[in-house]
Design a protein. Structure first.
Length: 284
């Protein structure tokens, strides 16, 4: 593994290159997701029309498929986009929102998971539900722990040949062999609409610029996904502040966008809290 973790480097690359992220996402979070992408330095495009989504996935630098509100047309557009991304070798992220108990979206998520997503991200209950190991959570909320989903996440990553990211108080990210845990973040992200969904779009942006080299090595998908979590988590910490001023969900949402826009690579490096293992370990 390269000596320098790539969080700060990839953040600088996103701001330099402005990757175009094609986001097929749910209607509840569209505006927030677009603003998060703009704040971090990427360019958002919400193209979910059948007949356009596949073509646009080939033009974009990264794709997010989020199943939060899968209308009939959006379901078709999601499959079309996944096919277009695969054909064009555009990296793409699958976010299986609320899968498990809801039959229609669960079947769609499993179909998409077989279409070679670069990354699958979700909370613990969503990852367990996608793998058939749980009935899922309470809507979009997880009822399972990150550690409870760790073994299944590793198995899913190996089976689908992808990187699986399980979001929680401590994020668990794996390619089925390596494991990276990211400790940055704040619980306030769970108090705003789109905190997890927008992360999927940011992951797509980070994976889109991973071809840049550090120490003559291309950044791996696993490291790029972990880097996205680091930057996202650091900005959440900045948005909450030092505790001297009360910050509620409304203030946090605005502060978070401002932090994504203003955070420097140096701040990210200074605040990053990660560790890696090649074995499954339960967090203490």
């Amino acid at each position: 593994m390269m000596n320098q973790f790539p969080s700060a480097h990839l953040l600088a690359e996103i701001r330099s290159r402005g990757p175009l992220v094609h986001a097929i996402t749910n209607t509840v979070v569209t505006n927030f997701t677009a603003n998060v992408l703009l704040a971090v330095g990427a360019a958002p495009a919400m193209v979910d029309i059948v007949g356009e989504s596949g073509m646009f996935a080939g033009i974009a630098n990264g794709l997010l498929v989020n199943l939060g509100t899968p209308t009939p047309e959006q379901r078709l557009a999601a499959v079309e986009a996944a096919e277009g991304a695969t054909q064009a070798q555009t990296p793409w992220v699958l976010d299986p929102v609320a899968v498990g108990a809801l039959t229609l979206r669960t079947e769609l998520a499993r179909k998409l998971a077989d279409m070679h997503p670069t990354v699958i991200r979700g909370n613990a209950s969503e990852i367990l539900g996608l793998a058939g190991a749980s009935a899922g959570g309470r809507g979009v909320d997880a009822t399972d722990s990150t550690d409870g989903a760790a073994e299944v996440a590793m198995q899913l990553a190996r089976e689908k040949e992808t990187v699986v990211a399980v979001s929680g108080p401590e994020d668990f990210i794996t390619d089925g062999d390596r494991v990276i845990r990211v400790k940055n973040g704040d619980a306030m992200l769970t108090k705003i609409t789109g905190g997890g969904c927008a992360l999927g779009a940011v992951i797509a942006a980070f994976v889109a610029v991973r071809s840049t080299a550090i120490e003559n090595q291309e950044v791996s998908v696993l490291d790029a996904v972990a880097a996205a979590h680091v930057v996202y988590g650091v900005c959440a910490e900045i948005a909450v502040g030092d505790g001297t001023t009360r910050v509620g969900p409304g203030t946090f949402a605005v502060n978070f966008l401002d932090a994504l826009h203003a955070v420097t690579p140096e701040e990210v490096s200074a605040k990053e809290r990660t560790f890696e293992t090649t074995q499954l370990q339960v967090s203490k």
